[in-house]
Each structure stands twice: as C-alpha cells, then as structure tokens.
Design a protein around this ligand. Structure first.
Ligand code: NAP
Ligand code: MG
Length: 398
C-alpha cells in the first residue's frame, strides 16, 4: 500500500511527560504506517524550552503562522516545584499562553461523544462546545504584593503625555493588586470567530460575562459582541435558523446545567479555562475533549485539552503499566491532518483523518478502552487496555 503524501508540512510541537510517550506511539502506530508524514518539528519539551530560553516556543508559533496548521502535545507549565525538578533557569511562561498571544484567536473545545460514555449531567444530549477567548485578562496580568500601607492607583499615560488615574485602594496594611488588560481588536476577532464558527456548525451561540459588576471591562466585551452581531451576522443567523444569546455568567452556568446541549458557549479567557474542564469531565473525561485554536487570520493549532498526565508518567518511569487515554491527542492529529487536507485540496488526507477518528470511536464503542473510560462506561463488560494496547487496537481496526 502506498503512503499518503503531504504537499505542505504541519507544525509538530512535541511536549512533556506521559503525553510525550503517547505522542510517539500515535505516530509510530497510527500515522507513519499510512502517511509520508511531513512535519516541521519543534521540541517544546521543558528541557529544550529551558535550553533555548523558550525561543523554541516562539519559533513554533511563528511556524504555525507560516504553514497555517499546527498540532501540539501537552506541555508542562512550570511552577516552583518544576523549576526545582528540572533545574530551570527561569519559571518559563505557559507555552499555550505564549502561542495564543502570538496567534491571537479563539480556542474551541468540544467533547468527543461516543456510545457507552454518557454525560453525568443526564439532560445533556448533545455536545457543548466551549469557545475560549485566548488572549489577555488574568493570563497577561501584572501583579503586585503590597507590603505596607499606601495608595495603589491605575494610571494610563496617553501618547501626548496626558493621564487618566483611578485609585484602586488605599491600603492600611499589606495586600495584593492585579492589573489586567485586553485589546479591542482581540475581542473583535474573538466575537467574529465565534459567530463564524456558530454559522459553520449551525449551532446557537451563547455569551456571558459579569457586566453588572465589571461595568467597563466586561461591559466592553458585551458591547463589542452586540455591535458585531447586529452589523455583520444578524441576518445570516436568521437565515441559518440559529440565535445569539447574551446573559450574565452566573445565569449562563445555571442554564447550561439544565440545557440539552448542542450550542457554543463563548467564554472569556478564565471562564473558558475553568468551564471547559467542568464540561469535559461531565461529558466523560478530560481525555475526550478536542481543542483547536482558530486565529482570525486562519491559522489552526490543534491539541488535547488535558495536561501531561504527570501521575501516570511517574508510574511509567517506575516501570509500572499505565492506561492513559490517547483519544484527545489522536483527535488533535486528525484535526490538523484534516485541516491540512482541506487547505491543500488533499482528499486522501482528509479521508484518512475521518478514518482515524472513526476507528478510534468504534474501538471504544466495541468495548475496548482505557481505564479512565472503563470507570465510567455504561457497557457491561469493557475490556481495559494499557496505553499502548489501546493505540494498537485502533491500528488493528484501521
Ligand atoms: P492533567 O495532566 O490533565 O491530569 C490530571 C488528571 O486527570 C490525571 O492525573 C488523570 O487522573 C486525569 N487525566 C488527564 N488526562 C488523562 C488522560 N489522557 N488519560 C487518563 N487520565 C487523564 O493535569 P495535571 O496533572 O494537573 O497537570 C500536569 C501537567 O500538565 C502540569 O505541569 C500542567 O502545567 C500541564 N498542563 C498542560 C496543559 C497543556 O499543555 N494544554 C493543560 C493543562 C495542564 P488520574 O491520575 O486520577 O488517573
Ligand atoms: Mg484548565
């Protein structure tokens, strides 16, 4: 059988710990046997980020701009413990944060729905796609520990030297402050990506913020969405028979729990971070959640929504067997390959992506799955597989 050819590379971003192990298994068993894999490889493993002073992350993001499609393995975001563990020069920033800051755009996360894994919110019948704004707010926050009494202020200095000033707080003892920002153009592209994605997938769009409390910051998000909707999307939504719905974040949370699903829930950066974990675990497992960063310029970066599964990796290092779910990482690859195929007019490649996803879903639906799913499946006699067996079972089905 001749292998499928790729005319343009995909940007491949390798990562850390257990997902790095899965990454190689997926390539060896599910991709390389079928495709002449054409990737530009960037090692975003923590050691290499440290060696390159994190330049490799910036280079990888710029490569995604060049080739338009990237696929990323989960990576460690260093904290104090990781600085010690890896002897890091610095507590490097979150690679996802760095990449998102360079590409802008919006992250769409949707559960991979399979028979036998039923959402634990029993009224959820259809997937809920979370659209997470990928720029700014607390992720680009500047923080200060206030040591002693004093006045904290917000100061904006315009290009002409004029100032705007607000008192944050008059401290009479120690405390903390945080400055956050967002930019109009990023909020606009967030809104446009969400409206476009809603039209593309013919799903209603919900958006929520805390505009009653945050009368300038959050209210600006609400206003920008409404302006762009009214001027560019209203009629197209009516034609498509879908709706745009704005409400307060706490009202949204309550409604989501009682809904049937089947819509896109647009969230500010932090809300999206938190809510995507809630939605994915309620739908089954973090390992059953796809994630794609869509930039307004049409760059796509695919990844799994979960982390590097550290606990499993330490077991793996001790020579113990692991049963880590590779589905989200497989779907990151299939998503990137499908998009590459679409952009290049390479039907063989898009067909392959479909086949890979179908084989993965059917493997689980035949009762063959990793331990995380065995614990929650409604099937009577599931067959538990270790990390590699599961991937090999998909290969066999392919
Ligand atoms: P995690 O890697 O998502 O894992 C948390 C727990 O969720 C695991 O211990 C495991 O539970 C379960 N889990 C997650 N993915 C799984 C999978 N594929 N198969 C089976 N079980 C899975 O989160 P974490 O342990 O908090 O973070 C580890 C590292 O990942 C951190 O250094 C963090 O910075 C990084 N991280 C990276 C990304 C990213 O690159 N996108 C996102 C989040 C976190 P059990 O142990 O109970 O089996
Ligand atoms: Mg999160």
């Amino acid at each position: 059988m001749s292998k499928i050819k790729m005319t343009t590379p995909i940007v491949e971003m390798d990562g850390d710990e257990m997902t790095r192990i899965l990454w190689k298994m997926i390539k060896d068993h599910l991709l390389i046997p079928y495709i002449e894999l054409n990737t530009e490889y960037y090692d975003l493993g923590l050691e290499h980020r440290n060696e390159t002073d994190d330049q490799v992350t910036v280079d990888a993001a710029n490569a995604v701009k060049k080739y338009k499609v990237g696929v990323k393995c989960a990576t460690i975001t260093p904290n104090a413990a990781r600085v010690k563990e890896y002897g890091l020069k610095e507590m490097w920033k979150s690679p996802n944060g760095t990449i998102r800051a360079i590409l802008d755009g919006t992250v769409f996360r949707a559960p991979i729905v399979v028979k036998g894994i039923e959402p634990c919110v029993k009224n959820w019948k259809k997937p809920i796609t979370i659209a997470r704004h990928a720029y700014g707010d607390v992720y680009r926050g500047v923080e200060m520990k206030i040591p002693a009494p004093g006045k904290a202020e917000l100061v904006y200095t315009a290009a002409d030297g004029s100032e705007m000033r607000e008192t944050i707080h008059e401290f009479d003892g120690p405390g903390i402050i945080q400055g956050m920002h967002n930019v109009g153009s990023s909020i606009e592209s967030f809104a446009r990506s969400c409206f476009c994605y809603a039209l593309d997938t013919k799903q209603d769009l919900w958006f929520a913020t805390k505009d009653t409390i945050s009368k300038k910051y959050d209210h600006t998000f609400k206003d920008i969405f409404q302006e762009i909707f009214d001027s560019e999307f209203k009629e197209r939504f009516e034609d498509a028979g879908i709706t745009y719905f704005y409400t307060l974040i706490d009202d949204a949370v309550a409604r989501v729990m009682k809904s049937e699903g089947g819509y896109i829930w647009a969230c500010k950066n932090y809300d999206g971070d938190v809510m995507s974990d809630m939605v994915s675990s309620a739908f089954g497992s973090l390992a059953m959640m796809t994630s794609v960063l869509v930039s307004p310029e049409g760059y796509f970066e695919y990844e799994a929504a979960h982390g590097t599964v550290q606990r499993h990796y330490y077991r793996h290092l001790k020579g113990e067997e692991t049963s880590t779910n590779s589905v989200a990482t497989i779907f990151a690859w299939s998503g990137a390959l499908r998009k590459r195929g679409e952009l290049d007019g390479n039907k063989e490649l898009t067909d392959f992506a479909d086949r890979l996803e179908k084989a993965t879903v059917e493997t689980i639906e035949s009762g063959v799955m990793t331990k995380d799913l065995v614990l929650i499946t409604t099937f009577q006699d599931p067959q538990v597989q270790n990390s590699e067996e599961f991937i090999k079972a998909i290969a066999k089905r392919m």
